[in-house]
Design a protein around this ligand. Structure first.
Ligand SMILES: [Zn+2]
Ligand SMILES: [Zn+2]
Length: 304
């Protein structure tokens, strides 16, 4: 394991606290990244399939009209109380997410491998009530068991990501502020999939957590545990011989870990795609006794 000291860069005045997702490019760039990562990878077929899922997310998002946000007064009230305005477990889900799911399934069906075809066909024919139960299983803690078949929830998650990404993109970033709990998305209240140390003016060397659901990002200090805030027990691990663009930050205080993507090492690194291409790193830190502190929704299993 490789442990390196981390330098701390405080945000400058111009640095945005919250980066909202860019509808035109977010999923298109991620799909491209999955294709690149699939080259010569031991999980090439799976990564290529996820690239197809992400391309379908892009197409569904481009076709999705702007959605109705909660009333301004409700948003205002949430912000005053330090709550996320698009709280994924409380907001009435826009019915458009089921249309997005149908579009994603229709896009995947023609090229899908046999074992995936059954899942896609079942999902396409599922009544609305069943789809809502599956969405609850993903978004609501303590929701009743959904009886989801293996492979169903990542597709449901893909559709929910499309709709929450659209909703988040419609917020006014200057109104938003980070929540008291640093590892909760200030837009939708979900956990982060990982963090990104960014390149580029105003954000250079700053770290942003990336939301597992709505793809928003929010600034957090480097060299602090994003789960418990501890600074002392942190270490950064990477797979020996890797480029170092994807590392895992482990915390000895709370025994959690989350991955960090370094744009400096690879400007195209993606917190979702590169996460799934580096599952060996998860095995390494899991074996060392750390538990991951945020999900990758494209990997959730039947049990959620
Ligand atoms: Zn979010
Ligand atoms: Zn910690």
């Amino acid at each position: 394991m490789d442990t390196k000291p981390i330098t701390f860069n405080p945000p400058t005045e111009e640095a945005p606290t919250i980066l909202l997702p860019v509808v035109a490019s977010l999923f298109a760039d991620r799909a491209e990244r999955f294709s690149t990562l699939a080259e010569g990878h031991s999980l090439a077929d799976w990564l290529r399939f996820l690239g197809d899922v992400t391309r379908a997310q892009h197409a569904a998002l481009q076709q999705l009209p702007p959605l109705e946000l909660p009333p301004a007064a409700t948003i205002e009230q949430a912000l005053t109380h330090g709550m996320p305005p698009l709280n994924a477990s409380a907001l009435t889900r826009p019915a458009a997410w089921r249309d997005a799911l149908h579009q994603i399934v229709d896009a995947l069906l023609p090229g899908a491998p046999t074992q995936t075809r059954d899942i896609l066909t079942t999902l396409r024919a599922a009544p609305d009530a069943r789809l809502e139960t599956l969405a609850d299983a993903l978004l609501k803690e303590g929701a009743p068991d959904s009886d989801a078949a293996a492979g169903e929830l990542p597709l449901v998650a893909a559709a929910l990501q499309v709709v929450w990404t659209r909703l988040a993109s419609q917020l006014d970033a200057s109104q938003l502020k980070p929540l008291e709990t640093p590892n909760v998305c200030p837009c939708c209240g979900s956990l982060p999939v990982g963090s990104v140390v960014r390149l580029g003016e105003a954000v250079n060397n700053l770290r942003y957590l990336h939301c597992s659901l709505c793809n928003s990002e929010w600034n957090v200090a480097r060299a602090t545990c994003t789960t418990c805030g501890d600074e002392k027990g942190l270490a950064v691990q990477q797979i020996e011989g890797s480029s170092g663009s994807m590392r895992a930050e482990t915390c000895d205080s709370c025994k959690s870990y989350l991955k960090i993507a370094y744009q400096e090492k690879d400007p195209k690194v993606d917190p979702v795609a590169d996460d799934l291409a580096t599952l060996a790193l998860d095995l390494l830190v899991d074996d060392a006794g750390f538990s991951r502190s945020g999900p990758n929704l494209l990997l959730v299993n039947a049990a959620g």
